[in-house]
Design a protein around this ligand. Structure first.
Ligand SMILES: [Fe+2]
Ligand SMILES: [Fe+2]
Length: 310
């Protein structure tokens, strides 16, 4: 068995797969004890070390191909069109919990670290946070809902391709930072040759605030739009986590700080806490969904309307 970690820690990758697109979270060789006492086990639910792939090179090819397509197609214009189209929220009406159940139809088959439905990943993340931060109920709920935007893969949401739903995210409308995973593929992105978009600030200005920045389109930005437009009462840190949890080049490599404002700096602290749980919760024990459901329903009721427009 090998432990392979082809990206330095600066490049977290969250790829969920369908149709043989590989999935990837950063592996860690040793047991880590994180700041807040959350223990990161060195084995997954199968008792193997993380990232144990027999056909590593094939998987790697899949990841590269995924990012090549992603980097070529995620342009400023594309993101704008997707935000306009999906921002209409005219597809489905459902509660947060109903969306959790819908997402459950997507079970990750090619990720050797994951042998359970998405709903368990969501609840594992939420429950792990709840254990260490019992008073931050908004953070528990954020854990539960952070990946719900993956419903974009569902036929009712246009069955978007993987490259437009998952993977690391990054700003568009300004230069692509070199710390972005597989940066080389941006040379084929038309924005790279557009002087309006290829400078350090591009269409933005210093300290403008990340909420003004267009991010590559995917489940993060979509869920942020859903939560915001449905008037969630989650604190801004919760919305920040939802929108930027795959923005690894910011929270790992410290890129794009010149676009952040003071509120972003504060919220980034929570995002860094959150990400530890998102990455490692896959290895936690199975969750008794029915047992924890009443608690999460009460949080949903506290922070969201009964039915949301999606
Ligand atoms: Fe995610
Ligand atoms: Fe996640």
């Amino acid at each position: 068995m090998t432990i392979l970690c082809e990206h330095p820690p600066a490049f977290g990758v969250e790829l969920e797969e369908k149709n043989n697109i590989p999935v990837d979270h950063d592996g860690q060789e040793n047991e880590l004890v994180l700041d807040e006492g959350f223990v990161v086990p060195d084995t997954n639910s199968f008792g193997h070390t993380f990232r144990d792939y027999d056909i590593e090179s094939e998987r790697q090819k899949g990841v590269e191909e995924f990012y090549r397509t992603n980097h070529i197609n995620q342009t400023y214009g594309f993101v704008k069109r997707m935000r306009e189209e999906y921002g209409k929220l005219n597809r489905v009406e459902m509660s947060i919990w109903e969306c959790c159940e819908l997402l459950n139809e997507f079970i990750d088959e090619s990720d050797p670290d994951l042998d359970e439905p998405q709903i368990e990943h969501l609840l594992q993340t939420a429950e792990a946070i709840r254990k260490d931060y019992p008073d931050e109920d908004w953070l528990h709920l954020t854990g539960l809902i952070h990946d719900l935007g993956k419903v974009l893969l569902h036929p009712a949401f246009g069955e978007l391709p993987q490259w437009a739903v998952v993977g690391d995210t990054f700003p568009v409308g300004c230069a692509f930072d070199e710390s972005i995973v597989h940066h080389k593929y941006f040379t084929e992105n038309p924005d790279c040759n557009n002087s309006a978009y290829n400078s350090k600030y591009g269409v933005y200005s210093e300290g403008c605030g990340l909420d003004r920045v267009f991010m590559s389109w995917g489940h993060d930005d979509y869920m942020y739009l859903v939560a915001k437009e449905n008037k969630t009462t989650l604190p801004s840190a919760g919305l920040f986590i939802i929108r930027y949890h795959s923005f690894y080049t910011l929270h790992r490599a410290g890129a794009y700080r010149h676009l952040m404002n003071e509120e972003d700096v504060e919220n980034l602290k929570w995002l860094k806490i959150f990400n530890k749980y998102d990455l490692y919760s896959k290895s936690k024990v199975r969750i008794d969904v029915e047992k924890v459901k009443p608690y999460y329903l009460s949080l949903i009721e506290k922070y969201f309307p009964a039915k949301l427009r999606w």
